[in-house]
Design a protein around this ligand. Sequence first.
Ligand code: ATP
Length: 144
Amino acid sequence: METKWEFSAGGVVFRKTEDGKIEILLIRVKNRWSFPKGNIERGEPKDQAALREVKEETGVDAEILDYLGEVDYWYSIGLTRIHKFVYYYLMKYAGGDIVPQKEEIDEAKFIPIEDVEKTLSYETDKEIFERAINSLKKLGELNE
Ligand code: ATP
């Protein structure tokens, strides 16, 4: 059985409502909710890939505030096992309307921060979300 590696980058994008509540941008593919991400192109810096993928998948412009770290998981396509690494950044919403990328995304949506954990489908995303919360607290964007 063959093994391949894949490398993607993505963003935990947040925005604040007028009454100061934090919302997080999630995407839905079929019935699974996660953060926007996508393949890092050859020679492309990870942070640029993350911003580009957020824009391509959701239509949203964002600004990177922090690096949240990487996660890895395995999946298979036919007889090929793929070991995937994803690098995540904390991002602040900077503008743009939500326009989900037709070919890949079924829905993109800002969700109240208190609903995110139960909405996320994958354990690795829950881990990244926890790091995002810590980072938001550290940056003074979220109260302890
Ligand atoms: P990308 O969004 O990086 O361009 P993709 O859409 O081709 O990649 P993934 O989102 O990695 O691929 O999905 C490939 C497979 O891995 C799917 O079966 C998906 O359900 C599964 N998968 C996606 N994210 C995770 C995760 N965080 N943990 C475990 N499995 C995942």
